[in-house]
Design a protein around this ligand. Structure first.
Ligand code: SF4
Length: 518
């Protein structure tokens, strides 16, 4: 069987970083780990080609070559995913779909021939058996959450390595917490299922042998969901990293209770984890309690962030506006919190109800969902009736986004953050390669010559060189993200204002309630 694996396009989003990636000649931040895992689970006598549409177009010869097309993606990719199903059908190719979007909203992908949903370790063998029986369509589902200890090494060999800034790897699936808006616990359950240390290190060894060096994103939704197993992994990983002379640096996502475990933070830094994304959501403790994010209410959040930063992990954080019961000024409080805690990169979204989450079901019962769809993008209005005016939330959102990415404020926050971080344990410093030198020159031109904030750029860089010289490469990487955010905040403002105008016009003509009394 000749299989064409297609990864759909992402729209411009907080994470797309086009301008920043262009500085280093890369096309995409992360590769499609799900699809290369699918390729590893399917029969290995099959032939595979993979096209990530964020990297390049599909060649005519690749369409002609394919006997079967497999497409997988997230909700945010749905527009292109649906278009690729139609494209394959137009060419008379059988199409199978899977991944988070198809699993959450299977009725939207009914044009595909095969719906291979939930977790592939169980449903892919069911799909293969159906093909062997000669079946031309089918839906394959399971409620079982498989162990991931038997999951084979993803087919990294199918990737065009040069296109990506990071490689992806997964240690665990699932999260023990119960945040009301989260779809991870719906898709993967509340038990954190981990790989074994030998298995994960085997995957890293494989990446190493294929020639990858540099950043690796541990894509677990909560890397520390099973602290015991994570520590077992890190103790072995520490030895491997030392033996290999630290070929990788890791980024991951974790819950804020990481701050309560000094041993865990120490082990992570020892293994060259350098960045951690935290779901902070809001500094308003009433909203955290209401959304069942209890783990963020145990210690003062600002102290937790301070502890994690001072342990040596650069913090990125996610924030949400629009929780039920939220009072006027939540946007201001959020900006103030980010400034006080010196978090350089803060991802801000308006709350959206994702399919099948506890939030979705509650709002459905309360008849507050505007439409059945959400798209998971930061340039989209909320998809339900909030408890305060949507207009007010949207204005606060646009204003907060704009202020967070004021160039001078961003550069100052970044400097303060790096001063707290201190010197890195395993930095290799700036690599004198042409790609790096070119990126540096471009960055200095764009931030140190052209904009009004150029004096801030040079003065902060001077302070970094004096006080924290071994972190300058990492500091400049964070400065480079500003290229993306100054452009993206414009897009957020335009899109939200346009949608708000449409919403207000339609509200004037219908009886859509502006707020919910619930
Ligand atoms: S901590 Fe993160 S992954 Fe876990 S339930 Fe909450 S939002 Fe989801």
């Amino acid at each position: 069987m000749r299989v064409l694996l297609i990864y759909p396009l992402f729209p411009k989003s907080f994470w797309s970083f086009e301008k920043t990636l262009a500085l280093i000649n890369r096309k995409a931040l992360l590769p499609p780990l799900g699809l290369i895992t699918v390729a590893a689970i399917l029969p290995q006598e099959w032939e595979f080609k993979l096209v990530d549409r964020n990297v390049r177009q599909i060649a005519e010869s690749e369409w002609n070559w394919a006997e079967l097309v497999i497409i997988s993606g997230m909700i945010v990719q749905k527009e292109d995913l649906l278009a690729q199903i139609q494209e394959a059908k137009r060419r008379g190719k059988p199409v199978a779909v899977g991944g988070p979007y198809s699993t959450s909203l299977p009725h939207e992908v009914q044009d595909a021939d095969y719906l291979v949903l939930d977790e592939g370790e169980i449903t892919l063998p069911m799909f293969v058996e159906a093909l062997e029986r000669g079946e031309s369509s089918g839906t394959f589902r399971t409620t079982e959450k498989p162990s991931v200890t038997e999951t084979p090494i993803p087919r990294y060999d199918l990737l065009e390595f040069d296109a990506y800034d990071n490689m992806s790897i997964q240690f665990s699936r699932g999260c023990p917490f119960q945040c009301e808006f989260c779809d991870i616990i719906i898709l993967y359950g509340r038990k954190s299922r981990t790989k074994t240390p030998v298995q994960l290190i085997g995957e890293l060894e494989h990446l190493y042998n294929l020639g990858w060096r540099g950043s690796v994103f541990m894509v677990d939704d909560n890397f520390i969901g099973n602290k015991r197993n994570v520590k077992l992994l890190l103790k072995e990983l520490k030895v491997w990293m030392e033996q290999k002379n630290y070929p990788f640096s890791f980024t991951t996502e974790a819950s804020v209770d990481l701050a309560q475990d000094a041993e865990l933070m120490e082990l992570m830094v020892d293994c060259n984890f350098t960045v951690v994304f935290l779901g902070i959501e809001t500094p308003d403790s009433d909203s955290l309690t209401l959304t069942k994010k209890f783990q963020n209410t145990r210690d003062p959040l600002s102290e937790s962030i301070d502890k994690i930063t001072r342990a040596g992990l650069r913090v990125m954080a996610g924030f949400i506006l629009g929780f039920d019961g939220e009072s006027t000024g939540a946007g201001d409080r959020l900006v103030q919190f980010v400034e006080q805690t010196d978090i350089p990169i803060a991802m801000l979204s308006m709350l959206q109800a994702l399919p099948n989450t506890a939030l979705w079901h509650r709002l459905e019962k309360e008849e507050r969902l505007y439409e059945r769809n959400s798209n998971g993008n930061q340039t989209t209005l909320m998809n339900f009736v909030p408890t305060r005016s949507l207009e007010e939330i949207a204005h606060e959102y646009v204003d907060a986004f704009w202020r967070l990415y004021e160039p001078e404020k961003y550069l100052d926050r970044t400097l303060r953050h790096f001063m707290k971080l201190g010197n890195p344990r395993h930095s290799k410093g700036i690599q004198p390669r042409w790609k790096v030198i070119r990126a540096l020159l471009l960055l200095c031109w764009r931030q140190g010559v052209l904009p009004k904030s150029r004096w801030k750029f040079w003065s902060n860089l001077g302070k970094m060189l004096r006080h924290n010289p071994r972190s300058v490469d990492r500091y400049l990487t964070v400065c480079a993200y500003l290229e993306h955010f100054t452009e993206y905040r414009q897009l957020v403002r335009e899109h939200i204002n346009t949608q708000l105008a449409l919403y207000l016009a339609s509200r004037a003509q219908t009886s859509i309630p502006s707020t919910s009394k619930v």
